[in-house]
Design a protein around this ligand. Sequence first.
Ligand code: BGC
Length: 788
Amino acid sequence: MKFTRIAMPAVILAMIMSGSAPAVHAQDQDPGPLPTHVTDTASVMDIPAAIPTKASPRIEALLRRMTLQEKVGQLTQAAGGRSKTLNSKLTPSELDRVRTGKVGSYLHVAGAEPLRALQKVAVEESRLRIPLLFAMDVVHGYRTIFPVPIAIAASWEPEQWHHTASISAVEASNSGLHWTFAPMVDVTRDPRWGRVVEGAGEDAYLGSIMTAAQVRGYQGQSLSGAGTMMATTKHFGAYGAPLGGRDYGTAEISERALHEIYLPPFYAAMQAGTGSYMTAFNDIGGQPTTGNADLINGMLRARWGFDGMLVSDWNAVAELINHGIAGSRADAGTLAISAGVDMDMMSLVYANDLTKAVAANPRLMAHVDNAVRNVLTAKERLGLFDDPMAYHDLAAETANIRAAAHIVAAREVAERSIVLLKNSDNILPLAANAQKIAIIGAMATDVQSQLGSWRARGDKTEVISILEGIKAAAPEGSVVAFSAGAAPQSPDESGIPAAVTVAKDSDIVLLTIGEDYDLSGEARSRSSLALPPSQLALAEAIFATGKPVIVLLTGGRPLAIPEIDKNADAIVMTWLLGNEAGPAIANIVFGKVAPGGKLPIAFPRTTGAVPYSYSEYPAGRPANPDPVKDSNRFKDLPITQLYPFGHGLSYADIMISDLSLSSTTLSPGGSIDISVKLTNRDNRPGDETAQLYLRDVVSRQAQPKMMLRGFKRVTLQPGESRMVKFTLTPEQLTYYAKDGKWRAEAGRFDIMVGASAEDIRQRGSFTLSEGVESAVPAAAIATKTEVK
Ligand code: BGC
């Protein structure tokens, strides 16, 4: 069998081979010294005037009693521990800081009891008795750990996000926490970026729908309600567009791209009621978002109408110095607070340098007051002024952690997140008869990895591994043999011959390869999307046995796997699935559950093919499949993706047919219904996701080739048919025009309905009778969808 190994850049290779890739979160390392600066320009800085925000009479009264020192204390968020050693910094001297009003919020803390003790100090021993705000990165679970976000997005079911976020909120809020740093909603078209694992992929519409579901899931009906917590929609700006995919890097993007691609999920979050936002670390065209008054106070607050709270990212206020837009810490604080950043996470600039800045520049005081109002209002909305101990009931904490229903949900969402990428000759699901199954690959037992990049209080001993899951579900009489072969980040390939022996002695191989948890996430961008070398070597050796091979691919990002696509009989993208990874994967492999996940971001053929999106502008010479023609393509690659956006197979043969439109014309104020029929022509149940794409055929500004504007995942029994109806309004057709308005021009719009962006099954068109204008990002508007 011919098998080519793709070369990895030497540096990455060296890092992986030496096993030196850090296994700790970026924050747990020292940030390193900041540059020393000579000028302090805070006094001369021309800051924008503050537009006073409103707060309740109770907060206004409190504000009047506060000293400047107490005010900046409220704006200060400190770490009560490290991400992996929660509460470890809550020393006696830290408690003194609480007593003297120097801290308004803690992160990296947890637990009903320890946080009760801490809260007691604030509300009983500090002068103004203002309660503290407790926060944590509860991103895809608190103790019950769900799949990583990119995986949940692959379910294409906002209901899954809503449900899992609400469970996370129940577990976390009963453990003393008020506030989560989630959802992470950064759209990215570059999977080299390590944080692709934390978001919903490449698409603004899919991202917006998933965002709104999460915000509603965390926050419930009311922030002060039982079992809810405040969401932080992050990282506001264009954090998902760093140049070259290098984390923290500059976003060199157009105004249109900012508004049409990166900002819609943030808008959707606001409409869903997000209580807070976090600003991005990076800059947009040289303007760091943490100091960007136009974007925060100008757009988010004044134009969009957001009235909640904004927190910086970790140390990001001080890092305005590194960006080179502040000459000193006081300068950095001046820029951030006058831009609209209310709370300073971890840089202590507000705590230590803002008083000096206010003395030099009294106009700053109004900004400080606004920020204090926003922070105190958040505390008030959470119910903390009425009952600061509501979150600290030990019995409720114990009863809710890993409640039976939470584990059921973890398994269901894991099953629904799995994407079947390839299935030659319907080799999957495996037959129900006994056979000799070889499970090869270290990822089959790597329970730590299944917890993903934000494990919160997840415990690896509560993860069911892939090996355990397969063993438990294999048909009676089957023999399941395991060999680790090689681990993703280890240079040690000495286990491969033993794995080959196990594979040779089997009827079928389940090859578990891919990335482990530490190859994606913050500060984990990769210059290569190829499989780690050990994983390729293992795959090569196993394919050479000639046995049928089903690849269970793991990881938090799209991978360029042409060799695997060529040689594997089936490929299942299993991501990093949380506590119930093993049973979920086994249920798919043995056909107890039908796979129906769809990719929220394309898998490229090679690293050089990114960044890419199905939704780019068409170009004057649109990509042509014929390489001889000069067109918008690579000469050495087909114009298609290895697995396109929206791709995911089913075990059943499901047809999409009978497209019909309620009218051929859409007028301002009206709507149009687009219906298709889904039919299961198979003798087994299956899922299909009808995906509605739109194209504005002629407009004075070029329009994307396709834009997702609706989707619905449907489960169909054998022989069953169902109708899916999407209702579009003219506002959903608009683009971000040069005058800052959302506009659509009259004319023809094409619609496409398919099973992926490259598998369009039905086409139609309608005419917009007149131009329309709107104030809302088009991709943030949810399409009304009905299934009959
Ligand atoms: C990350 C944020 C996170 C914060 C607190 C930062 O390094 O960028 O996403 O919420 O740390 O843990």
